[in-house]
Design a protein around this ligand. Structure first.
Ligand code: ATP
Length: 130
């Protein structure tokens, strides 16, 4: 018979369930998250096809994770602000704009990383094919 799960392990597993519910919410309702996920999947496929190096996989994984996590924080901040007030308030605007700005910074960084990894290879491929 399997050993019973102790209380702290149970809490730990429940916390995971809530975290996955949060990711499920992002997947179902956040268009920007879906777009970033699709771009991440394309970058991974490109990495496989172009056989990028291990350190490049590390950079790619960190970048994709950073952008998706930023989208999550942005969504959480938006929900918190909307919960706190339904009125227009300068601080609500700052909170939402700064959160959106942080996502943009991550996305711009991801573009730079993508160009550094794939740019030279795609350029070479272009030169060979044309
Ligand atoms: N309560 C508020 N007070 C002042 N400005 C706000 C408020 N809510 C939203 N804004 C402004 O409107 C912008 C858009 O807000 P909104 O809540 O529509 O988010 P969003 O970026 O369109 O995200 P989503 O489409 O995912 O809900 C914010 O970035 C902010 O500048």
């Amino acid at each position: 018979m399997a050993a019973p799960i102790d209380r702290s392990t149970r809490r730990f597993l429940i916390a995971f369930r809530y975290a996955f519910a949060g990711i499920g919410h992002l997947l179902r309702s956040q268009r920007n998250f879906q777009i970033h996920l699709l771009i991440g999947a394309i970058a991974i496929a490109l990495g496989v096809v172009l056989r990028i190096a291990r350190w490049e996989w590390v950079a790619l994984a960190l970048t994709i994770g950073m952008v998706l996590a930023a989208e999550g924080f942005n969504t959480a901040i938006e929900a918190t602000v909307d919960l706190a007030t339904s009125e227009r308030h300068p601080l609500a605007r700052i909170a939402k704009d700064v959160a959106a700005g942080a996502v943009l910074l991550c996305a711009l960084t991801a573009i730079v990383v993508g160009l550094l990894i794939f740019g030279p290879r795609l350029w070479l491929l272009w030169v060979i094919l044309t």
